[in-house]
Design a protein around this ligand. Structure first.
Ligand SMILES: [Zn+2]
Length: 495
């Protein structure tokens, strides 16, 4: 195809084709290279060079990263960073396609590399799933920064990367899974009623990629296996049919997934799970596989602790680069057997906080009882299943089956609903109790019946029961009375 090729494609409005400009895309170059007698030996020699270990990418991220510390891009900020990347990477990174969202926001596909195998990576088709978008921008930045390194040269001579960092900018603006029509783009692969879905299909048809990476967030409260830790990533060799026969496409998908799991292992041992989902015809990953682009699903989970968003971006960056290097060497299928050994993703086990074995005053004035209490916090991007409007108690009773990201041994503690309104509300409540002779210094001078009665009153209807958004006051019984030991506010234990 000549330079400056223009190809009509379906766009936001099917009746109005847009043009695809491919400025500077050296399409003729790979063919010339392949025809050159000297090159096969050189390629062979490069193939023999081992892929860099994932530690290399993990270490390189901070030097290459341009994505924001929040781990999430506003569409305009993304456009600005992509523009800068195009300038920095002139001659390497170029625009391979441009679509338009339902509400007229641009959707860019950038290309990097000149290799014969095209690889499509798309992210944020769900507007509230931003982690891989950041990783893709950082990945392009890394390729630009290391463009003369032998490993990057090899990658870009074997592969042409097609990077679509944000398919659903309208959803991103609203922090919403769906597009502006209210449609889940990832269930629109058959009907193609969304301009975003049509654009993605057009990119697939235009380039016929030899591999696809479908990049999502699955929410934080998932474990890798029934007894495993929090799942930082889940991978799936996305099926292209109800029943898919083994062959090169399956080996490629499983192998890429396994390479990503292996690449994460040094940093988060046991934190990669196998995503659990059967063939879904109307989903895009499944359809890509069906259309001839073997596709891997990567679902970012959680990795609790300070700097979580950045840690997850960095991990995405690391595993994606590792997978691409394996693909560039044609080695990815060797890892396929390890895919079947990955633990499955488990939902419903992990919560944010569990108080173990507390004495509970539930807020309804009933006698106290022994129980565990579990909390799940509201999150900005939590995945469909776990998105709460507000932090809530999610269980009371014997919760042995749950694992808290934070576990508090509450044996010996008495818990009761706290007054709504945080610390100032508690201070006011406490001062009221002091004035009535029911508290002194830091202690409540209340027996069990008194605590049941008073807490019911100050909690103003807040109760310790599933799906109620309530804070707790934690009290310890002493000779002086019930000493305030701390609080649970917004699902977090505080002093
Ligand atoms: Zn998603």
């Amino acid at each position: 195809m000549p330079l400056d090729a223009e190809v009509s494609r379906q766009s936001a409005y099917p009746s109005r084709p847009i043009r695809w400009y491919l400025p500077g895309m050296p399409v003729a170059l790979p063919l010339a290279l392949l025809l050159s007698a000297a090159v096969p030996a050189a390629v062979e020699a490069r193939q023999a060079a081992p892929a860099p270990p994932s530690e290399t990418f993990q270490a390189a991220w901070s030097g290459s990263r341009v994505s924001p510390p929040s781990g999430s891009y506003a569409p305009e900020a993304l456009q600005a960073d992509l523009k800068r990347l195009l300038e920095r990477g002139a001659g390497l990174v170029r625009i391979a396609g441009q679509g338009v969202s339902s509400e007229g926001r641009p959707i860019l596909v950038l290309a990097a590399g000149s290799g014969p195998e095209k690889v499509l990576l798309w992210s944020q088709m769900h507007g509230d799933e931003p982690t891989a978008t950041c990783a893709l921008v950082d990945l392009l930045s890394h390729l630009v920064a290391t463009r003369t390194d032998p490993a990057t040269e090899q990658l870009l001579s074997r592969l042409t990367l097609l990077v679509l960092p944000m398919l659903n900018p309208d959803g991103a603006v609203r922090n919403d899974r769906r597009n502006a029509q209210g449609i889940d783009i990832n269930r629109d692969a058959v009907e193609l009623q969304t301009p975003e879905g049509r654009f993605l299909k057009g990119v697939r048809d235009r380039f016929a990629p030899a591999a696809g990476f479908n990049l999502h967030n699955q929410g934080a409260l998932v474990t890798a296996g029934p007894g495993g830790p929090q799942s930082a990533l889940a991978v799936l060799a996305v099926p292209g049919a109800e029943s898919e026969a083994d062959g090169p496409a399956v080996a490629r998908k499983k192998g890429l997934a396994a390479v990503m799991a292996r690449a994460a292992e040094p940093f988060g041992p046991g934190r990669v799970a196998r995503y659990d989902m059967s063939y879904t015809q109307r989903a895009f990953g499944d359809s890509m596989s069906r259309w001839g682009t073997p596709t891997v699903l990567l679902e970012t989970g959680g990795w609790d602790g300070p700097g979580e968003a950045e840690r997850l971006v960095r991990l995405n960056f690391t595993v994606l680069l590792s997978a691409l290097h394996a693909l560039a060497r044609g080695k990815e299928a060797l890892a396929a057997p390890a895919y079947d050994l990955l633990p499955f993703n488990v939902r419903g086990r992990l919560v944010d906080l569990v108080l173990r074995d507390a004495t509970v005053h539930g807020g309804r004035g009933l006698p106290p009882f022994h129980a565990d209490v579990a909390f799940v916090r509201a999150r900005a991007f939590a995945g469909e299943a776990q998105r709460l409007a507000a932090t809530a108690v999610t269980g009371v009773g014997d919760l042995d089956h749950l694992l808290g990201l934070t576990e508090v041994d509450a044996a010996g503690l008495v818990v009761a609903p706290a007054p709504p309104g945080g610390a100032p509300a508690w201070e006011k409540t406490f001062a009221g109790l002091v004035a009535r002779g029911l508290a002194k210094d830091d202690s409540l001078l209340l027996d069990e019946a008194g605590l049941a009665r008073e807490s019911r009153s100050w909690a103003a209807g807040g109760v310790v029961t599933a799906w109620s958004a309530v804070d707790l006051v934690l009290l310890r019984r002493t000779e002086k009375g019930l000493v305030v030991e701390g609080f649970v506010r917004d699902g977090v234990r505080v002093k």
